[in-house]
Design a protein around this ligand. Structure first.
Ligand code: SF4
Length: 332
């Protein structure tokens, strides 16, 4: 959803008076809740059926005038929604990748490198919808003041010292081949603490044990795991001086908020994203990137793509980001 924001800029510039309605899963809906280009969001509730959801989506669309469709999902559910709704204007269904690429990577016959930034692929889909070239937009995440206040309250309760730089640390990721080891995150946290920073460790309820392990190995870190929902996470990242994460949603949030971000990449391709003002660490092994989104285990059994990234290299990169300060408006 964050990577969509530059394309929304382009779409809004092309069609300034159009009502832009975003259809999205409930967990991702807060990301665009305050985006100025979005006229409405229809969030798919957990367990909600396609017919019921489509009825709600229909009610959010204009009653008259052409309705254009941009399907950036290209999955079965969006196919059903497309079939059930009266899109009578232009329509574009995003082509994610060639089937030969998908099969080759899934069968482990080849590595995969993106030929362009992910956000640029969305931008191209918008250009196709509109039918002409458009200026590139910028990556953005708009956080409501009350979300910043809520995060600030949690940080204060956890013992944040406002005089110190705040380093956010998000050690989780959905896939094992995207998770840098906990002890390395802890060692990096200790370096940041010793340099006079506060360190806030953040994770979902499922990542509580992982975060607790890091906090135990880096005494003085603030444990915010488990009680931070997405809007509060947005507020928390907004408060950070720098942010460290695996290739994950919080990493994209931090980049979109202009917080200098250190990203650790293992089995996925950092070339999908822009890094001006940020830093991605990638070991560059011949076997990498071996996946589009990550795997639950290293097919070669050694996970060197992550284990070859040393704490010292991460600290050097983080120190430079802390010294450089906030990132201005950049690409995606
Ligand atoms: S070490 Fe190579 S094969 Fe193993 S997960 Fe990393 S990129 Fe994939």
């Amino acid at each position: 959803m964050i990577l969509l924001t530059p394309a929304l800029d382009a779409l809004r510039a092309a069609w300034p008076k159009t009502r832009i309605v975003v259809a999205v899963g409930a967990s991702a809906a807060p990301i665009l809740a305050h985006d100025p280009n979005v006229s409405g969001i229809v969030a798919l509730a957990p367990g909600e059926g396609t017919f019921a959801y489509t009825r709600r989506l229909r009610a959010a669309l204009p009653e008259s005038g052409p309705i254009a469709l941009l399907d950036l999902h290209g999955k079965l559910r969006s196919l059903a929604i497309r079939a059930l709704l009266p899109f009578d204007g232009p329509r574009v269904v995003w082509h994610k990748r060639d089937v030969l690429d998908t099969v080759g990577v899934k069968l482990r016959l080849r590595t995969w490198r993106s030929d362009r930034l992910h956000a640029d692929r969305y931008h191209l889909a918008v250009e196709q919808l509109v039918g002409r070239p458009l200026p590139r937009g910028r990556l953005r995440c708009v956080v409501a003041p009350e979300e910043v206040d809520r995060a600030a309250g949690l940080l204060a309760a956890a013992g944040r010292d406002l005089a110190k730089p705040l380093v956010g640390l998000s050690p989780g990721a959905k896939w094992a081949t995207k998770r840098w080891p906990a002890e390395r995150f802890a060692a990096l946290a200790r370096r940041a603490l010793a340099a006079g920073c506060d360190v806030a460790v953040q994770g979902s309820p499922d990542e509580r044990a992982l975060c607790a392990e890091i906090v135990a190995q880096a005494p003085g870190s603030l444990d915010l795991s488990g009680n931070v929902d997405i809007p509060t996470l947005m507020g928390l990242v907004h408060e950070c001086t720098a942010f460290i994460a695996n290739d994950s949603g919080p990493m994209h949030l931090a980049r979109a908020l202009g917080v200098p971000t250190l990203a650790i990449f293992g089995s996925t391709d950092p070339g999908m994203f822009a890094w001006t003002g940020h830093r991605a660490l990638f070991a560059g092994l011949p076997c990498a990137p071996c996946s589009f989104y990550g795997r639950d285990a290293c097919p070669l059994g050694h996970l060197r793509c992550l284990l070859d990234i040393e704490v010292e290299a991460a600290w050097t990169a983080l120190e430079a980001l802390l010294a450089a300060g906030p990132v201005g408006a950049v690409g995606a």
